[in-house]
Design a protein around this ligand. Structure first.
Ligand SMILES: [Mg+2]
Length: 352
């Protein structure tokens, strides 16, 4: 088997056309190129919207590269080896974000000329995308305009942020979006861990008339007893996972009965290898997996997930929208359906 000969990284920062808040004006990507002893090369990436891009790159350059060189080009074996190597720096977080860059590159190599979804085993030809807004800071008129664009695009589902200091404003905003998208569009809300149990209960009672499809991260993602207690007491499904970084973290979430939907982020959990382990785990609990952000990779994974899922499309913030990718892109979104473009491997060509 070929062994890894080198790892090269480069950091790209892409300004967001619609900033995700005053403190999130850009997204950062660390492109990772892994070359093998047989001359082949694969490309992956690490990603962070806000914190830690330079730290991730430093981990890759100073702590991952030397441990990686000489290992066989086998994603699962490499993941387990490097995860142990980085253990002292923490089981999840910056370490798993860094590991993702290598793991994605090794999966790119494993695929060879075949598209990722074909290698994983596609269970469906397309997956629906849903309109997702990082819009808690939008004035009401901008929020309504965004909902109007989603409605016009024909998305079957949309998601907005909640968790403003005044619950009355959340209710007003959810009501306005429900009015725009109509009764037949699924409507999700995302509190990004802003509530405590008491506030979450009050908010969900006040939002009950708007027929929510799920409440995402109502509470801190690691407060499993509180999530489980909330879930037992409310009728709205609970979605959690974008801030859970390890397979064991997902196991604990599922064992605690803390959620109805899990949302692993393929980069934050450390790449495709752990993502698939988490998906298999979720299947054992009969809980669907809805991948978090990163439409171009999440879409390819969702084609192969055991349960049908929707893929999140944040307005103007896919890797392609951000100008990080060059054409041809790995997925095509037509109307509200995403399909693989059939490109080899992960199909990611990074813009130069
Ligand atoms: Mg979220």
């Amino acid at each position: 088997m070929s062994v890894v000969k080198d790892l090269r990284t480069s950091l790209r920062t892409a300004p967001l056309r619609r900033p995700w808040g005053p403190d999130v004006p850009a997204n950062h990507v660390i492109v990772c190129e892994v070359t093998l002893s047989d001359g082949r090369a694969g490309t992956g990436f690490s990603w962070t919207p806000q914190i830690g891009a330079h730290a991730v790159r430093a981990l890759l350059d100073h702590d991952v590269r030397d441990a990686l060189i000489g290992l066989p080009a086998h994603p699962e074996l490499v993941w387990d080896r490097l995860s142990k190597h980085l253990d002292e720096a923490g089981r999840g977080g910056l370490t798993t974000i860094a590991l993702a860059g290598v793991d994605l590159a090794l999966w790119d190599l494993r695929c060879g000329e075949r598209p990722l979804a074909d290698v994983l085993g596609p269970r469906r030809a397309s997956v629906p995308v849903y309109g997702s807004g990082v819009n808690l800071h939008y004035p009401l008129d901008e929020l309504i305009a965004q909902a109007g664009r989603w409605k016009a695009a024909g998305f079957p589902a949309v998601k907005i942020k909640v968790g403003r200091p005044d619950l009355g404003e959340d209710v007003e905003r959810v009501a306005a979006v429900r009015e725009v998208v109509g009764p037949d569009t699924l409507l999700m809300v995302d509190a990004n861990q802003r509530w405590d149990l008491h506030r979450a209960r009050r908010a969900l009672a006040a939002l009950e008339p708007y027929d929510l499809c799920w409440i995402e991260e109502p509470l801190p993602a690691d407060d499993l007893p509180a999530l489980a207690e909330l879930r037992r007491g409310v009728g709205v499904p609970v979605a959690v996972g974008e801030n859970v970084y390890t397979t064991h973290g997902f196991r604990d979430l599922l064992v605690a009965g803390a959620c109805d939907v899990v949302q692993p982020n393929v980069v934050r959990v450390g790449g495709i290898t752990p993502f698939l382990r988490i998906a298999e785990l979720a299947r054992a609990f009969d809980v669907p997996v809805y991948p978090h952000l990163l439409t171009e990779v999440s879409g390819q994974l969702a084609l192969a997930l055991p349960h049908p899922a929707m893929v999140e499309l944040v307005e103007d913030a896919s890797l392609a929208d951000l100008g990080l990718l060059a054409e041809p892109y790995p997925v095509r979104v037509e109307g509200a359906e995403l399909r693989s473009a059939g490109r080899p491997g992960l199909g990611l060509t990074w813009a130069t």
